[in-house]
Design a protein around this ligand. Structure first.
Ligand SMILES: Cc1cc2nc3c(=O)[nH]c(=O)nc-3n(C[C@H](O)[C@H](O)[C@H](O)COP(=O)(O)OP(=O)(O)OC[C@H]3O[C@@H](n4cnc5c(N)ncnc54)[C@H](O)[C@@H]3O)c2cc1C
Length: 289
């Protein structure tokens, strides 16, 4: 059994001070679904584990028509799945949170822990990117906000400094003409983890797509918005031909992972067809491919 000090701060400032004191030798623990596995496999061997469970500032989901949605870092995936304001204003996130992982992980794992681990084979980062999410980060002295796309730096790497923690995720309120979808492609039905995730948000007014946002994850080192594909549809009236063009653009733009779960070529093919299906459904176009 690993021997480590168990620390239980009750404020963000206290947790960050403890992290600053211990430096690389400490790890925060939220729900523990990822960290416990890493500890058991000796992938990390910290001298101190700082539990975030007693910090009330990190809890809660709040909706405000002007400010949008605040998702506290300790929000469970299941809380996201069940929250009425999420279902009303960001229904795609309700779908995402209801279908990811398994019931045990959804009731124990947190949104903050998911983002901070930086694992590419996950769902929330892709879904949050298309809502223009920002993350609120704090250390003992100050807090800062940055776009989620800048927070997700590389494979299992985020923009967090060792003495910083994620406090909350903020989503601006959506426009009245917003429609959205989320899909995850599974390599086999027995797996929990997606091979490719596709999130779409479109602002459609009088038949024209005023703004297209499209993110792909789980098939690249970090989930990313695919702007070439977005540009195919932004400012246009969506047609089957444009959707097919956007799907091709997404597959070409993807910097695809090539690993034991799928070759880069296979991932690009799955992304292409998933983007094509999702955009066809989003714009209610015939599904004829
Ligand atoms: C069997 C299984 C299946 C899964 N399937 C899926 C899936 O289908 N889709 C999916 O998206 N995910 C999946 N996951 C991953 C799961 O979503 C994450 O493990 C979970 O969200 C992590 O949250 P946690 O609270 O348990 O984090 P923890 O394990 O407590 O922490 C994870 C990491 O983040 C750090 N951390 C946690 N909170 C903070 C914070 N507020 N600030 C700074 N650092 C922090 C910790 O130090 C640690 O390094 C699966 C996990 C398992 C075990």
């Amino acid at each position: 059994m690993l021997d480590f000090e168990w620390l239980t701060p009750s404020t963000v400032a206290e947790a960050c001070q403890l992290a600053a004191q211990h430096g690389e030798e400490a790890r925060f623990m939220a729900g523990g679904t990822a960290l416990m596995l890493a500890l058991r496999q000796r992938l990390v061997t910290p001298q101190a584990v700082i539990s975030l469970a007693g910090i009330s500032e990190l809890r809660g989901l709040t909706w405000d028509a002007t400010r949008g949605l605040r998702i506290g870092a300790l929000t469970l995936h299941d809380e996201l799945a069940q929250h009425p304001a999420v279902a009303s204003h960001y229904p795609m996130l309700t779908h995402l949170a209801r279908h990811m992982a398994n019931p045990q992980v959804r009731h124990q794992g947190t949104v903050g822990g998911n983002l901070c681990y930086g694992d590419p084979s996950t769902d929330p980062p892709t879904g949050l990117l298309v809502w223009n999410a920002e993350v609120e980060i704090a250390n003992a002295q100050r807090s800062r906000r940055l776009p989620l796309r800048d927070f997700l730096v590389d494979y299992f790497t985020t923009a967090l400094a060792p003495d910083e923690l994620l406090v909350a995720v903020h989503l601006p309120p959506p426009s009245a003409y917003t429609c959205s979808r989320y899909a995850r492609h599974m390599r086999t039905a027995a797996e929990h983890r997606p091979l490719a995730t596709v999130a779409t948000v479109a602002i459609v007014n009088q038949g024209q797509c005023d703004e297209m946002r499209l993110a792909v994850g789980a098939s690249s080192v970090v989930p990313r918005r695919l702007t070439t594909a977005e540009d195919v549809l932004t400012g246009r009236v969506p047609t089957a031909a444009l959707v097919a063009q956007a799907a091709d653009a997404a597959a070409n733009e993807l910097d695809a992972l090539d690993d034991a779960r799928g070759s880069a070529e296979f991932r690009r093919a799955m992304v292409r067809v998933t983007v094509w299906r999702e955009l066809s459904a989003l714009f209610e176009l015939p599904d004829s491919q």
